[in-house]
Every structure is written in C-alpha cells, then in structure tokens.
Design a protein around this ligand. Structure first.
Ligand code: FES
Length: 498
C-alpha cells in the first residue's frame, strides 16, 4: 500500500507552464498513484481526472472523514463462490491496482476490512451481492473478487437505496479463468457513488466487465484493466441512462502489457431532461511488450431531449513498435517502427441536443511480427530520417474515420501531430504541441481553418502553423499528408511549413 514515488506537482496531474502556471499531465501512464489519500492534493476540479465531474457534490467523500466499517450486504449463494471479510493488511489486497485519484485513495485509506469474493471451479455460477443500506453518511469500502485458475463464474455487485460511498473493487482473474463482473447502480435519487475497479487479467484469462448505471445523483465508476499476461482478454461494457440533474461518469482504462492481448470496450448511454449529464473517457495504453494486440473502443450516446450533455473522450497511446491497423474489416497490415497514439477532444464530442447521437470509436491492432500483405505493402514506404532511423509514411486512419471539425492526435516516430478535418472536409496535419505550453492542440477546438488551444485560446492556422492570436507567438510545423485509397498518410519527416 505505497505510492509509486514521492509526490510532486507533476505527479498530482500538473506540470510547470512556460508562464509560471501549470498545465495538466497529458498521458494516462504518467499519473501519480498512491493508496494514501494524504499524498494527493485537494481536488480543485481543474485536474485531468476531475474536470468533467461535479466535485463540490462529493467533497465529503474526497476530503472528509469516512466510515470504513463493514457495509452490510445481502447475497445469493452458489457452489464454488465463497465470501468473507479480510483485514486491510491481508496479502490478497493490493494485487490488482493502485489508486490514481483522491477519491479512490480516500476509500483505500479508510476501509477497516475488505469483502473477499472467491470464485472456484469450472462450472458456471452466479452470485448477486446487494448493498441495500449503505446510508447517507460518507463511507469508504473495499472489495476483492478473485477467480481461481480455470474457474468460471459471474459476480453481480448491486447497489440500492441511499449511499454516499467511495470504494475500490479489485478483480484478480487467474490463469485460464473466465469471470464476469457486473456493477449495477440502482441507487436512490440523491445518492453519490464513486468507484474505482482494478482488474488484473492472468494468462489466457478473460474478464467480462459490465457497468450499468441507472440511479443516483452522481455516479462515477472507473474500471481499469491490466492485461498483464499473454493471451489476456477484456470485454468492457457499459450502459447508462441519465435523467434530469443526474451525472453518470465512467473513465475506462485498458493497459495492454503482454503479447496477444485483446480488449473490446463498448459503452452506450441515453440522456433526457434538463441537466442530464454523462461522461465517458476511454484510455487504451498499448505497452512495449504488447505485441499482437487487438483493441477496440466505442461510446455512443442517444440524446432524447434538450438540456443534456454527453462528453465522450477516447484516447489511445501506443508504445509498441509495429502497428497494424484494423480501421475496416479488411485487414491492413504493415511493419513499421513508428509508434502511434490518438485522442479526440472532449469539446467536439458533446452530444447534440437535437435527438441525434454522437459516436466515438477507435480501433487499433499492433503486431511486432506483422508483415505487409499484398494490400498493405504499397501503403507504406521506408526511408531514413535526419537521425538515421528508419521511418515510414504511415497510414494513420481512414479519411472517413475523422469527423468534420474534429482533431485527432497521432504520434509518429516520436513526433506528436494533430490531424484535423475542417468544416469543408479538408484534412490538415500540424504539430500537436502548443508553442505556449505543453498542451495537446488536438484536445482543442477546430474553427474554420484554425485549431484553438483549449488552455489559453491561441488559434493556430492549419495551413501555415502560425498562431493568429496570443499568447502563443511561435508557429507549429505543418506536415505534408497524402490521401491514398481513402487513407491518410503522414511522414513526420516531411514538413511544408516551419
Ligand atoms: S498552452 Fe497557452 S495557448 Fe496553448
């Protein structure tokens, strides 16, 4: 139960800015982690992980005293499933993850005992654990769900009635196991529930994780999955229905950290009524060891009335070398040494209050052993860059994958590039890092032929890279792009301005 390092301003989600202020840490993997709430700075609402949340509505859960005693549960029984309470210093606690935010650390610091749910045996079975009486006093809780090697089962965690609860749920899936965990939020109208789920998936094991949020004033369930061993598989599903005045949030993180791992993330929601709000953030990190990764994430929102807002932010970071893209069902393969990441800005993902829906999705696959096939080979060419490394003109995605007035970040040969489609459907590529501070321009706003930095408002020309408004005064590079067979190709070594 320790932090990953001594905390600094950078670890708390901020790093120094050129004008003396601070700007948020951009990458998920850079976040500070600790089980000790005192190592997290008080929440201001400007932090990357909190900027979409109504933080004042649950300050008592992140800064106040929490009751860490046992939360009463009612449960069904099944052969092969055992539940017990274990002390906080039990070695079975802390294997699946470490808190990345203050609410999670507050719960971890507060709980007296953890509820341990053990699943064993190859027969399929289901247990439902209901918490009907959490109450209105602020509480912190901890649950560990462990599936033994080669076991099969489903565990349903159901919340009803009143609650002011922050909690952590650890899910440990042993080798070859097949586990389903359902988190069902049916709280009363004034309830507040903040949850962090940490899953560790073993070799050739599979977790199906399902979040259903229906009741509660503020519900934030953040599942984080570590595909730690070869052949691990996660299917993460979410369903939410946000009514007037309701805030339903989910920040989903999948870390591919071993060869031949697979993730599928699909969250769908509907909103109706004044002030109905949903937030979905989907982070996928494909680590250096994660060759042969297959990853897909998607969020869809259906808006039924005016006055609602849905924020949907997918982010993809790829550290492994070779990228194989599955933008369409027809496989396109390539062998290249570039790394790639994409993200979409929150602002452009706001759902339109006209009954229409918004969709955000990204799909990538990487394979160190991939070789160009007959279709893909012609789409890639290699040459030497200024550092003598072998680089490629890379197909970053299909022309139609990018929406009008959307900016997406890609990282090619270590160069962050914002790829933008303007209102006329024309595509541009400019340097992604604002010259005023370390801010990703692709998280800003596309307006006419400019991309505006969200931090302080400098607008950069998509054709020249020059800032048209202060405070930035230095240009960003503009990259040449090629459109080939419906694909957008960029070579980070070829600029047409700056
Ligand atoms: S960081 Fe200040 S304008 Fe971009």
């Amino acid at each position: 139960m320790q932090s990953t390092a001594m905390p600094t301003a950078d670890q708390h989600g901020f790093r120094p800015h050129s004008d003396g202020s601070v700007v948020p840490v951009q990458t998920r993997s850079e976040r500070f982690r600790s089980t000790d709430v005192s190592e997290f700075a008080p929440i201001t609402g400007r932090e990357h992980e909190w900027k979409y949340s109504p933080v004042a509505a649950f300050a008592d859960l992140t800064s106040g005293e929490l009751d860490g005693s046992r939360v009463a549960v009612e449960q069904t029984s099944a052969d092969g499933v055992a539940t017990t309470w274990i002390p906080r210093d039990d070695a079975r606690i802390g294997r699946a993850g470490t808190p990345e935010d203050r609410a999670s650390a507050a719960a971890w610091s507060a709980f007296d005992e953890a509820l341990l749910v053990e699943v064993a045996g190859e027969e399929a079975k289901t247990v439902t654990i209901t918490r009907p009486a959490v109450g209105v006093a602020p509480r912190g809780a901890h649950t560990v769900i462990e599936a033994a090697p080669n076991s099969r089962g489903m565990v349903v965690l159901r919340g009803t009635g009143d609650a002011r609860l922050t909690e952590n749920v650890e899910i440990v899936v042993g080798e070859g196991a097949n586990l389903t965990v359902v988190s069902l939020q049916e709280w009363s109208d004034e309830s507040v529930h903040l949850a962090s789920h940490f899953a560790r998936i073993g070799r050739d094991a599979k977790l199906k994780h399902i979040v259903v949020s229906l009741g509660g004033k503020v519900v934030r369930v953040n599942p984080s999955t570590h595909l730690a061993e070869q052949g691990g598989d996660i299917e993460a599903y979410g369903m939410y229905f946000s009514d007037a005045g309701q805030h339903l949030e989910q920040q989903v993180f999948v870390h591919h950290d071993a060869p031949h791992t697979r993730s599928r993330v699909t969250y769908k929601g509907a909103l109706q009524g004044e002030g109905a709000r949903s937030v979905w953030i989907g982070d996928v990190l494909i680590g250096n060891a994660a060759t042969g990764t297959d990853s897909y994430e998607q969020n869809r929102n259906l808006v039924l009335t005016d006055g609602t807002r849905a924020d949907s932010v997918p982010n993809l970071e790829i550290e492994t070398g070779d990228i194989e893209e599955l933008a369409t069902p027809r496989r396109r393969a390539a062998s290249t040494t570039s790394s790639c990441s994409t993200s979409r800005p929150a602002a452009s993902r706001r759902t339109r209050p006209d009954g229409s829906s918004s969709t955000a999705s990204s799909r990538r696959s990487s394979s160190r052993s991939a070789t160009p096939n007959s279709r893909g080979a012609s789409r890639w060419r290699s040459k030497q860059n200024s550092r003598g490394a072998d680089v490629a003109s890379t197909r970053v995605f299909g022309v139609d994958d990018l929406a009008v007035n959307e900016a997406r970040k890609v990282v090619l040969d270590g160069v962050p590039i914002a790829v933008v489609k303007d209102a006329a459907g024309e595509i541009f590529a400019i340097g992604d890092t604002c010259t005023h501070g370390d801010i990703s321009l692709s998280e800003g706003f596309v307006e006419d032929d400019t991309l505006e930095c969200w931090a302080h408002g400098s607008k950069f020309s998509l054709t020249t890279g020059k800032p048209l408004t202060l405070p930035a005064y230095e240009p960003v590079p503009v990259y040449a792009i090629e459109i080939v067979d419906g694909g957008v190709f960029i070579d980070p070594a070829v600029t047409i301005a700056v």
